[in-house]
Design a protein around this ligand. Sequence first.
Ligand SMILES: Nc1nc2c(ncn2[C@@H]2O[C@H](COP(=O)(O)OP(=O)(O)OP(=O)(O)O)[C@@H](O)[C@H]2O)c(=O)[nH]1
Ligand SMILES: [Zn+2]
Length: 192
Amino acid sequence: MTHHDVDLARIEKAVREILYAIGEDPDRDGLIETPARVARAMAEQYSGLGQTPEQVLTKVFDVDHDEMVLVKDIEVYSTCEHHLVPFHGLAHVGYIPNARGQVTGLSKLARLVDVYARRPQVQERMTSQIADALMRVLEPRGVIVVVEAEHLCMTMRGVRKPGAKTVTSAVRGDFRTSDKTRAEAMALILGR
Ligand SMILES: Nc1nc2c(ncn2[C@@H]2O[C@H](COP(=O)(O)OP(=O)(O)OP(=O)(O)O)[C@@H](O)[C@H]2O)c(=O)[nH]1
Ligand SMILES: [Zn+2]
């Protein structure tokens, strides 16, 4: 997987500044390596910025299956772009292959989620970006993406409502036009 050019030195410098600004001593023992660690962690946390869906949705097989494929309970960690704190939860990604029966590797759906999760995000945009990318690359008859997540900016700070879940969905193609198809997918997603 390609790593985009994160400016590690610049992050280190900024983190040192932040430590000063909160009244810490960035040169004390425990913090001396922190700016470099944070830079490496951020390179990973935001690695999706350097990736495209085409890079991860590589394996496309022709199989004799033109009904729903759903991968549910994909663990997702992202970062709220307003506070740069995590939101995390589950993503469910389903699609109906086109008439040629073109499907992708199951793991690629989880990789696709990460392409958009590993960026500064809002949950709504992440959800629709995953759906639109899948529609574009796989040209399926329809896509459904449901994300349920807890936002740390709502639990550890601010309004402080631990347990509050935000649920977002994006439906395209057959899932949008057919109530029955959408209901079938939702029953599979919610049936735990
Ligand atoms: N729609 C949406 N809002 C989000 C998401 N993540 C965080 N937020 C919200 O973004 C809003 C930012 O509100 P502001 O009033 O600008 O910031 P704030 O003063 O820190 O707000 P509080 O969180 O209410 O303390 C908050 O209501 C957050 O809950 C997201 O993924 N989608
Ligand atoms: Zn936030």
